[in-house]
Structure formats: C-alpha cells, structure tokens
Design a protein around this ligand. Structure first.
Ligand SMILES: *[C@@H]1O[C@H](CO)[C@@H](O)[C@H](O)[C@H]1NC(C)=O
Ligand SMILES: *[C@@H]1O[C@H](CO)[C@@H](O)[C@H](O)[C@H]1NC(C)=O
Ligand SMILES: *[C@@H]1O[C@H](CO)[C@@H](O)[C@H](O)[C@H]1NC(C)=O
Ligand SMILES: *[C@@H]1O[C@H](CO)[C@@H](O)[C@H](O)[C@H]1NC(C)=O
Ligand SMILES: *[C@@H]1O[C@H](CO)[C@@H](O)[C@H](O)[C@H]1NC(C)=O
Ligand SMILES: *[C@@H]1O[C@H](CO)[C@@H](O)[C@H](O)[C@H]1NC(C)=O
Length: 665
C-alpha cells in the first residue's frame, strides 16, 4: 500500500476521535463537511466544499463555531492544550482592506449574546476598558488598527484575556528558519494561514506561518498566562472560533482544525486535502452581474420591441416593387410618406369616395397639399400598363388638368397622388343646395376649361388620351374655380382591373355614348360625354333622374323636348334665375345636344367645341329634328327604368347594360 494511502486511512479513521482517556480530548476536522460535534452560531456556516465560513463579506456580522463538547481540564494535574488550524481571510475584491478579524476562543460558555461585532470580534462588548467584558481567552487575528485597544497596526496577532485589550501583541509574521529572520504575513492576502496555539505550564505560545512553511521554531508570541487564574471556577471549557465584520468586511474561513489537550498527541493536518478557498470576490460584482444581466435583458427586450416595431412598420408600409418599375422610380411615392402625409389615411382627411376608390387629403413636406386616391385591384394584370400610363400622364401638362404627381403600389392597392384641389368636385357645387350657386359665367369658364383640356388630351399630347369618364364628379375646382379634369385615363385601368366592366364599356350611365355598347371607345365617346356634361352644368341636374316624371327623366330627351317646344330655357337650372345671357345658354345647350348626337359622325371634335364655346366659330345649323339629336337610345331609357327605385350604382347599371347588349346580339 502506498504510504500516502495509509496516511489518509489513518487520518480518516481518526478524524473525529472522542477523548481516548478521561483527561484527554482530541479531535481533528480535516474539513467541516460532517459538522459533527460542531456548534455553529449566527452567520457561521459550512460551505459544500467543507469550508467553515464564519462570516461573509457583509457588514456587521458575527459568526461562532465551537466544538460542542466542553474540554475537561483536570483541576489537579497540569493544564495544557495544543491546537493547529488553517484559516483564511478574503477581503472583497477591489476594496482596500477588510475587517474585522477572527479569534481562537477558549471560554466556559458558548453564550455570546452580549457580544458585539466590529472590533469586539463577536466575543467582547463595550464595557469600560479594564473591566472584564467577557469570561474569555482569545487569540485574535486582527485586521483593523484600533488605537483605543492599543493596537500596533492593522495586521496583528494578539492574546486577549477577558478584554479586547491584548496582553500580548505582535505584527502578523513568522520566523523563517531558513532566512533566519522575521517574515511578515498579510492576514488579508486571502491565502490560507497556519496558526498554532499551545499552552503548557502557564506559557501560551502563538505561532503562524504560510501554508507552505513548516511550523516556525520560534513562536510569534509567548505569553505567561495562568489558565487556572483566568477561569478560576471552571474546569470545563469550550474551544472554537469567533469572527466579526463591521463596515469593513471580509470572508473569514477556517479550513481545517486539529485540537488536543496534550501537546504530544496533536494530530497533524493533511494540508494537501484542504478545501479550496474561494478567490476574492467583489461584492459589487454580483450587483454588476445583476445589472449587466438586467441591462442585457432590457436590451434584449428593447431589441425585440424594436424588431417588432420594425417588422410591424415594414408590414404596415409594405409596398410592391418590381424591376420594371425602376424607370418610373422618380414618380413613385413611398407608402410611408403617403401614410404620414395623410396622417394614416385618417377620417379627418377623407375627401370622398370616387368611382375607383377613396380620396384623402394629405400634406407633404414643404406643406404641399396633395390628394391621395386609394384604389384596390385584384391580380397584377394590367398594372404595368397602368403604371406606365400614369407615368406618361404625369407628362401631360394643361392648366385644366389636375396635376398628377405620382403613384405608389402595394399588394392589391394602388395609390395615385395628385395636387389637392381646394374647392372639391363640381357635382358638389351643382347639386348641393347648401352651397352657393355657381353663376353662369363661372359655369361657362368651367365648360371652356374642360373643353380645352379634353381638346389637349385628344390632340395636343404626344398620343391620343381618352378620358372615358367625363362627369361632374370628375371635374375638380381649383382655388379660382377653374374646372380641372381629374381621373383621366383611370377608366382604362379598370378595363384590366378585375372590375365587372367589359372592355370598352366604361363610364357612367347617362354619359356613355350609345356606340360604346358596341365596344368602340374613341374621342367621339368623350365628346358625347362632354355634351351630356354641358347640359348637366347648364341645367343643374344629373343626366338621368329616375325619380322625375317620365318625360324629364332623361336630360337629353328633356332638353330636346323643350327645344321642340321652342322653350329651351325651361330646361335651364332654375337656381340661375335670369342671371345669364340667353344666347350663351342656348348655344351651350344646342352644342350639348349636338355633341351627344347618337350619330358619332355628326358630333364635333373637341377642337371645334372649344371654338364654338369661345364664339370663334358659329354653331352649325342644328334643329331638334336633326338626325341623331332627337333619336335617343332606347337602351338608356330601359336602363333608367331599371334603376328607377334603386340607388345609384354605376357598376350594376353597367352590367345590366352589358346584359342588354348581349341579349341584343
Ligand atoms: C472532508 O474530509 C473527509 C475526511 O475527513 C473526506 O472524506 C471528504 O472527502 C472531505 N470533503 C471534502 C469536500 O473535501
Ligand atoms: C457585556 O457582556 C457582559 C457579559 O459578557 C454583560 O454582563 C454586560 O452587560 C455586557 N455589557 C453591555 C454594555 O452589553
Ligand atoms: C521577530 O519577531 C519576534 C516577535 O515579534 C521578535 O521578538 C524578534 O525580535 C523578531 N526578530 C527579528 C530578527 O526581527
Ligand atoms: C513556548 O516557546 C518557548 C520558546 O520561545 C519554548 O521554550 C516553550 O517550550 C514553548 N511552550 C510550548 C507550550 O510550546
Ligand atoms: C496558577 O494559579 C493557581 C491559582 O492561583 C495556583 O494554584 C497555581 O500554582 C498557579 N500555577 C503556576 C504554575 O503558577
Ligand atoms: C468563583 O467562585 C468563588 C467561590 O467558589 C467566588 O468567590 C468567586 O466570585 C467566583 N468567581 C467567579 C468569577 O465566578
């Protein structure tokens, strides 16, 4: 068997030995794992490593650890004892110094309820100096310099009898047999320190040494003490340790402890098996760690929220962009900017519901006011063409067109951005009795403006642009009540947009030229619609009013009837009173009828209409009996009676129109 194994076996078998004889008490704690016969008090505890921790580095702590059984000192024979222990004091990291210290204690009692922490080391109290404060003999390892206790420094060893005022004191050091001189020991180094306390023949010797050094040949302290005089009435005494902290703190440990009442039988400690002393810890480190963990948590949460917000916003402002759109980039608005401009398409900015979508007012940067139309669409068919048309329409410049600024595209949603028209759409002014009446000169200016815009679209631009949906609700009024044609070209999009309109059959009932039913859209269909529009503006009523009596229901027909009766002025908007020039009004009405002729060939071009309106060209000879002027589409009459009682719904009428035309074929 290996010698070390034998040694371990011996130590293991002897680690707790009851008095072998009646006088002798002998025990060894290689570590304190078993806690057998150990009395722990206050903050003292045994750590899982077997380390006896008297105090942690918290303030104002007291820790006691005593061997439970009192030591019987023979009253007759010579009193002696011998002990060897390993201790360590670990101050907090980053804190200079530590406190307060620990002591090996011999006392007739383990009751230290009167004792105090700090410099009283958990065994003494503030009793006046000189008076016994406790019935105790202590060997203190003091790490605080207390001048009132006549301490010599803050790193000393003292022998205390009944009082913190040491009877013997020396700086912590050991005599090195090799170097033949005293070597100082730093009690607060955190490293294990060996201490020997021996008493025999009224002489108390205290020695100490670092772990790697043998017991010095010369004791650090050698003090004459008659233990029988110190404890006159006690033959049984407890031995153990006490430690305390104050505002200065350290972890104070006992690693290993051997005790014997006779010097020769003291069990040596196996210093190779000592429990580990935890390295200096910064008390604040925990706080730091906590703070860091908390910070990390908060940061993570914050990041999560940010990511959430980012994703939410990304989704909220999501747009659809395709490579082909790059060339139109300059005309594209970001959804976010439109969202912000319209304050999230709030109700406050809601301008109205047009044929193709809802319109909102918004304010871009530099307080530029815009109108944003949101249109939903299904599928991607035709979108590219639509966008390219929108962009090309952006190049159309005419003072009677609502300037188109750009577009934005999202999934199932197209947004058109145009300039904001402060006076809204014309139909509001024509049909809303709450609003002031538009005077005849104003109406004429509007008609001339729109005619000029249409003429520009048909002939002035690079390519022929058809409006396809001329009606009072698509005519906007700017600040000076100039008519501005809006929504031009929009109808085309809805050819492709998944609406119920068949190709070509686009527009609004009453404005749709009869030949549109034969699927032909041309400048002529725009002229037809403009003709109806002229009548609408002059007469102040919608082209079809199902609730009116039969002869008046269709505006064209009614105007024609009046003309036949030679009383055209009967059809004029009564709200105009007689504040108009009769010739002008009659000319406009006749021109309107001419434009809305059922015979496309007899309609004038928009260029001609402009000339007529400006009196630059006299009206051709027309009468209510001219072919095309008087004969009106039976389809419209049918359609009008279809919606006689229902609400105004363009799409349902359109589809019924389609049904009609289909059944005709
Ligand atoms: C404590 O000491 C005993 C022997 O006395 C030993 O068996 C045990 O492993 C030690 N415990 C620790 C944690 O070192
Ligand atoms: C100090 O301790 C002693 C007993 O050890 C006790 O009788 C005395 O009252 C204590 N003094 C104070 C001030 O607590
Ligand atoms: C060493 O310390 C002891 C006890 O403090 C003292 O008596 C002795 O004179 C010192 N020796 C030297 C060489 O300093
Ligand atoms: C104490 O130390 C002195 C030498 O300084 C020595 O003669 C004496 O035997 C020692 N006493 C004990 C109990 O070790
Ligand atoms: C110790 O004190 C006791 C009682 O005062 C006395 O009987 C004894 O002789 C003393 N011992 C020594 C060695 O002086
Ligand atoms: C010890 O006992 C004696 C009498 O036996 C008594 O006079 C004395 O006061 C006691 N001392 C203490 C400290 O209790």
């Amino acid at each position: 068997m290996a010698p070390w194994l034998i040694q371990i076996l011996i130590i293991s078998s002897l680690h707790l030995i009851s008095p072998s004889s009646q006088q002798e008490t002998r025990f060894v704690y290689e570590n304190f794992s078993s806690q057998e016969n150990l009395y722990l008090d206050k903050s003292a505890k045994v750590l899982p490593s077997g380390l006896l921790q008297l105090t942690s580095a918290s303030d104002h702590q007291i820790g006691h650890a005593f061997y439970k059984k009192p030591i019987q000192f023979s009253s007759s024979g010579p009193v002696s004892f011998s002990t060897h222990f390993v201790c360590a004091m670990v101050p907090r990291k980053g804190i200079e110094g530590g406190g307060h210290g620990m002591a090996f204690v011999v006392s007739p009692s383990t009751d230290f309820s009167h004792a105090e922490s700090t410099r009283y080391l958990g065994i003494f109290n503030v009793s006046k100096n000189g008076y016994p404060s406790s019935d105790v003999l202590a060997v203190e390892l003091d790490t605080i310099w207390n001048p009132d206790f006549e301490d010599i420094d803050k790193n000393h060893v003292g022998i205390d009898v009944h009082s913190p005022l040491s009877v013997g004191i020396a700086s912590a050091s050991y005599y090195s047999d090799i170097k033949r001189k005293n070597e100082s020991i730093n009690l607060l180094s955190g490293k294990p320190i060996q201490v020997w306390v021996e008493y025999e023949d009224t002489l108390l010797n205290v020695s100490m040494a670092p772990l790697e050094v043998e017991k010095p040949s010369r004791p650090l302290l050698s003090q004459l003490i008659n233990l029988t005089e110190v404890f006159p009435n006690s033959s049984s005494l407890f031995v153990g340790f006490s430690a305390a902290t104050g505002t200065a703190t350290s972890y104070q440990y006992v690693l290993s402890w051997s005790f014997c009442t006779s010097k020769g039988s003291l069990q040596s400690l196996d210093l190779s098996r000592l429990p580990d002393v935890p390295p200096p810890r910064a008390e604040h480190k925990n706080l730091y760690q906590l703070a860091i963990v908390l910070l990390g948590f908060v940061a993570t949460m914050g990041l999560g929220v940010l990511i959430g917000v980012y994703l939410f916003r990304k989704c909220k402002y999501a747009e659809v962009t395709e490579p082909w759109e790059k060339e139109f980039g300059a005309h594209r608005f970001s959804y976010k900017s439109l969202y912000k401009a319209t304050k999230g398409f709030s109700k406050d900015g809601f301008l109205g519901k047009g044929g193709f979508g809802e319109v909102y007012k918004g304010t871009l940067m530099l307080s530029r006011e815009i109108a944003v139309k949101r249109m939903s669409y299904n599928g991607d068919e035709g979108v590219k063409q639509f966008v390219s048309e929108v962009v090309s329409m952006r190049c159309l410049k005419h003072r009677n067109l609502v300037p188109l600024l750009g577009y934005c595209r999202r999934k199932h949603e197209l947004l058109l951005v145009s300039e904001y028209m402060p006076n809204g759409s014309l139909d509001e002014h024509l049909f809303d009795d709450q609003r002031p009446v538009l005077s005849w000169p104003q109406r004429l200016v509007i008609l001339k403006g729109i005619a000029s815009a249409l003429s520009y679209l048909h002939t002035g631009a690079d390519q022929v642009v058809l409006h396809r949906d001329i009606k009072s609700s698509n005519i906007m009024l700017d600040g000076e009540f100039n008519g501005r044609l809006g929504d031009f070209g929009m109808a085309r999009f809805h050819d492709h947009g998944g609406y119920a309109y068949p190709t070509g059959a686009v527009g609004t009932l009453g404005y749709i030229a009869p030949e549109v039913i034969d699927m032909v859209a041309s400048t002529g269909t725009d002229v037809y619609a403009f003709g109806v529009f002229m009548l609408e503006v002059t007469c102040g009523r919608r082209p079809v009013e199902p609730q009116l009596q039969c002869e008046k229901r269709l505006l064209i027909k009614w105007v024609c009837e009046c003309w036949k009766r030679d009383s055209l002025l009967d059809a004029v908007d009564p709200r105009l009173g007689d504040e108009f020039l009769q010739e002008e009004v009659e000319m406009v009405m006749k021109l309107g009828l001419l434009c809305s002729s059922t015979v496309p060939e007899s309609r004038p071009t928009m260029e001609q209409v402009v000339l007529y309106l400006n009196n630059s060209l006299p009206l051709p000879d027309v009468s209510p009996y001219t072919v095309g002027v008087s004969s009106h589409s039976s389809v419209l009459i049918d359609a009008a009676s279809l919606v006689a009682s229902s609400s105004w719904s363009a799409s349902s009428i359109a589809s019924s129109l389609v049904d009609n035309s289909a059944s005709k074929e």
